[in-house]
Design a protein around this ligand. Structure first.
Ligand code: FAD
Length: 407
């Protein structure tokens, strides 16, 4: 007979840990197991700051054991498959784990292999990415070292986690070169597979003013498909065919896809992500399954900020399900992207489904559409603290499960 828990959570990342903590804040002693193979938990939003020379990499990671909420059973394995008809998941050792309620939060997979030649040159030949803990310090090393030459920053097709992160890396680099007095010797290019600088139009004017200030060549519709590290050449697919560009520094954001074991399962939508209702976050076919975080098929900005708002909603609705009731909490699509346009200033994009602006603060205090110092303090000081001490501990600051749905 397989082992079973009342609630099984797949993934001990931002979304999984926050959900466990929010469940326990509502129901002490609830029997929860988290399946998570990694020993380390990362605060990924901090990696932009590592790449910008602002954070020490060490402040962005903690032992997984230290973030596991008290009383939760941590199963140190990966999930390899789902059999929702028998309320079981399969673990990497081949055993089965049963549940009454399942929460799916395995994040998104970085598909480095989709760009030919990339994996073998990452961390060498001037090729870097803030999307990996071990590479973000190399970004800063390259930025610091550069006095002249060509710097390229790329963005793959959507969906990606933190859609602003590709350009955040660039702005922080440009700001450093400007302060150093070398920016006019550095040719900077932003190559974005998409057709716009940022998906929510209200933030574009502020961002465009920095594109102009830093004299960045904006190449929209340019999708990185291959890298030749030793020759320092990058190949892009464009509507006019392939274009090859030389670089001295290349910051790559990889294409991103649903984790394969999820995409192959009965829980997946066509996209491969967990097929949940966009508001209740309950699975559309299996009512005792919920999904959130980057692995959910919801059209929000995939961010830790989104997971912070989703976790309380899943906690409320999962308890409703355990108690035999319909979901009653709703998620409004909130996501946030603090765009680090220069050291000390941020354009704080906060929006919900359909790009509807959703500011956390009154405009007189923080106008998200303008670069602001207070927003920088939020990103550099307040948000990491809120993450470790609020979100992961079931204290739902800035994140109560609002938007109750009339049943
Ligand atoms: P993750 O935090 O990635 O966690 C997924 C977990 O699932 C991992 O621990 C993984 O080990 C586990 N897992 C994977 N496969 C399995 C399996 N088979 N079985 C069991 N467990 C599994 N967000 C913001 O809000 N603001 C920002 O400024 C911001 N900037 C970012 C900058 C960068 C460079 C990056 C990379 C991300 C940034 N984000 C930002 C995005 C944010 O980090 C993610 O949206 C957030 O971590 C999503 O949480 P998650 O739990 O869904 O996924």
């Amino acid at each position: 007979m397989s082992i079973s828990h009342k609630v099984v959570i797949v993934g001990g990342g931002a979304a999984g840990i926050a959900t466990a903590a929010s469940l326990l804040a509502r129901r002490k002693g609830l029997d929860i197991a988290i399946v998570e193979p990694n020993d380390t938990h990362a605060y990924q939003p901090g990696w932009t700051m590592v790449g910008g020379g602002i954070f020490d990499p060490k402040v962005t990671v903690r032992p997984m054991a230290s973030v596991m909420p008290k009383g939760v059973t941590w199963i140190r394995q990966g999930v390899t498959g789902f059999t929702p008809d028998s309320n079981e998941v399969t673990l990497s050792d081949g055993s089965k784990l049963g549940y009454e309620v399942l929460v799916v939060a395995p994040g998104i997979r970085l598909a480095w292999e989709k760009i030919a030649g990339l994996e073998e040159t990452l961390g060498r030949n001037g090729v870097t990415s803030n999307y990996r803990y071990d590479l973000a310090p190399y970004t800063w090393e390259l930025v610091e070292r550069m006095r002249s030459g060509k710097a390229l920053f790329t963005q793959p097709p959507m969906p990606i986690k933190c859609a602003g992160a590709p350009q955040k890396a660039m702005y922080l680099a440009c700001d450093h070169w400007l302060r150093r007095g070398v920016l006019d010797q550095v040719e900077v290019g932003f190559c974005n597979a998409g057709g716009v600088l940022f998906g929510v139009a209200d933030y574009v004017p502020a961002l465009m003013s920095y594109i102009e200030k830093y004299n960045v060549a904006l190449n929209l519709g340019n999708d990185l498909i291959a890298v030749d590290g030793p020759a320092q050449k990058a190949v892009f697919k464009t509507s006019e065919g392939e274009v090859t560009r030389e670089f001295d520094m290349l910051h790559v954001v990889p294409p991103q896809v649903a984790p394969q074991f999820l995409a192959d399962s009965p829980l997946a939508a066509d996209t491969g992500f967990t097929d949940v209702d966009h508001h209740t976050l309950q699975h559309v076919r299996y009512p005792n399954v919920f999904g959130l975080g980057d692995g959910a098929n919801t059209p929000n900005a995939k961010t830790a900020a989104a997971a912070r708002k989703q976790a309380p909603v899943v906690a409320v609705n999962a308890l409703q399900e355990l108690d035999g009731h319909n979901p009653r909490a709703g998620y409004d699509g909130y996501g946030s992207c603090p765009l680090t346009v220069e050291r000390g200033k941020i354009v704080l994009a906060e929006f919900g489904y359909g790009g509807k602006l959703a500011p956390s603060f009154p405009t007189w205090l923080v106008d998200g559409t303008k670069p602001q110092r207070l927003s920088w303090m939020l990103k550099a000081d307040a948000l990491p603290w809120i993450y470790w001490n609020g979100m992961l501990k079931g204290r739902e600051w800035l994140a109560g499960p609002g938007g109750l749905i009339a049943q």
